[in-house]
Write a protein that binds this ligand. Structure first.
Ligand SMILES: [Zn+2]
Ligand SMILES: [Zn+2]
Length: 277
């Protein structure tokens, strides 16, 4: 499978010359195999993905929405596939603790916010409730876990041909209101080829960000060690985090990994990064 990150920023898009390297677009990840495409989240990164899919002639995709916070859905009205009558999209999400996804996507395109209404879209879009533990889609095995976040948020483990990619964004590992305990994340992630996890804060910043629903680099590094992963990617970069700071953090953790003999590669995810598994 191939994984491509179309947006790695958290909270809000940041078009800023100090943040070009890691990118300013919010969460959107493409997982593909041949012409089978799974999309995770519809942050602003999905706009460029739409251009790319159109060029590749792809007119079918399954979209998993981890949760409906702005930075995970705001690119949807700009995803050009939704305007094509040749396109079929399935949108999966679990809305246990909030409104139905279809209502959220429709409201986002109501006339107060956007000129084109959802009902006028030409593509065929289905919304599917996905609160279960496992889905088998086009050969991909997709397992889910509930993250610790103010609303229901799903983490995903995607497996194909013996390889595994775990993507958990917007998750406060050590939240005081834990819905999922750290041990359960360790089990879920265990032996993954890649773990990409929310690491919005540094430990030194965390005290003032308790219960915002995000983790720290230090916490995620420790989790990756306990779960015996092969590669760790830091994700959902804070909108104030500049390129030189992320470079420095990445360097620091690579060094720490060597000292600890952690046995896995560490990187901060950059927009347009690709992984082949
Ligand atoms: Zn977010
Ligand atoms: Zn969120």
């Amino acid at each position: 499978m191939k994984i491509k990150f179309w947006g790695a920023r958290g909270s809000i898009p940041v078009p800023d010359s100090r943040m070009i390297k890691y990118g300013g677009n919010t969460t959107c990840v493409e997982v593909s195999y041949e012409d089978k495409v799974i999309i995770i989240d519809a942050g602003t990164g999905i706009r460029k993905l739409g251009e790319d899919l159109t060029q590749r002639g792809i007119n079918k995709a399954d979209i998993f929405i981890t949760h409906s916070h702005w930075d995970h859905i705001q690119g949807f009205p700009f995803f050009e596939l939704i305007y094509s009558s040749k396109v079929k999209l399935n949108i999966f999400g679990c809305t246990n603790s909030y409104k139905q996804l279809k209502t959220i996507f429709t409201n986002q395109m109501s006339s107060e916010y956007f000129p084109v209404s959802f009902k006028d879209l030409k593509s065929d879009i289905s919304f599917l409730e996905a609160c279960g533990k496992q889905y088998d889609i086009n050969g991909f095995v997709i397992k889910t876990i509930q993250a610790n976040h103010p609303i229901f948020t799903m983490g995903l483990r995607i497996e194909l041909n013996g390889k595994s990619f775990v993507f958990i964004t917007d998750n406060e590992l050590l939240s005081q209101k834990q819905t999922t305990k750290r041990e359960a994340f360790v089990d879920f992630i265990n032996n993954a080829d890649y773990l990409v996890h929310d690491s919005q804060f540094l430990d030194s910043e965390y005290e003032n960000r308790l219960n915002w629903g995000h983790s720290t680099f230090e916490q995620v590094y420790a989790l990756a060690k306990d779960a015996n992963v092969k590669n760790l990617g830091f994700f959902h970069h804070d909108p104030n985090r500049k390129d030189d700071e992320l470079d420095e953090i990445e360097k620091r953790f690579k060094k720490q990994g060597k000292i600890d003999k952690a046995g896995f590669e560490i990187f901060a995810v950059k927009e347009l990064d690709e992984i082949k598994l």
